[in-house]
Design a protein around this ligand. Sequence first.
Ligand code: DGL
Length: 263
Amino acid sequence: MGPIGVFDSGVGGLTVAKGIKDLLPDEQVLYFGDTAHLPYGDKSRDSIVGYLINIFKFMHEMNCKLVVIACNSASSVYDLDKSIIPVYNMPVIDVISPVVRKTVDEFRSGTIGVIGTRRTIESAIYKLSISDLNPGLIVKELATPLLAPMIEDGFIHNKIAKAVIDDYLSQLGKVDSLILGCTHYPLIRQEIEAYYDHKTPLIDAPKIIAAEVKKYINTNNLRQKSDPGPDQFYVSDFTKTFEETAKQFFGSEIRLNELKLNE
Ligand code: DGL
């Protein structure tokens, strides 16, 4: 049985990969960070379709039994352009649909805020999907394009990060709950919680997606039966920050491979 493929433009998807490992420690994760094309949030839909085609091909060649799109920007494109992206019969879990279902289950009324990249917010995918399931929920969305590059650059617990976060959240205004609509944002969860004085519940992907992966694997009898070997980490452009963040999440013994996928 092959690994669980997980990918993102950079370090953000590591939050999801870690969530999966916490719930399924006996599974092997194959992670791909497309750092050469970061940030995805500012790329056109066509460019992201091209990246997705190459990444799914790679995941298939690596024998992945399931692929997790651990990136909202890529998930929003995938959801709209599925028919032209070959997935070679691999089951695919995106990062948006499970979060939408969970939000609608938990909140019957009120205002849900969503922050994410330009690509995700322009697609309006959260607003449309939530309103579809519960038209009574008000959804306020805001593109926060500086956050992912800032986090990718290691600007997390400092004054500049705080000023940027505070400014964005004040633009969003009052919400009853906030969806972190980018997998990079759990890395600044503390700062976001502090902005709201710990009084506004945050909804983020890692635990929700991990639970979804576990359910899928169990239901479809895809559990790893023998020792799968160590997790594997690939990036399309080696960066020191990626290596450091990956080590923080997965321990210092990880080996990072650089791999250029065909343009
Ligand atoms: N982590 C990604 C997301 O969830 C992408 C950030 C970016 O590359 O712009 O959208």
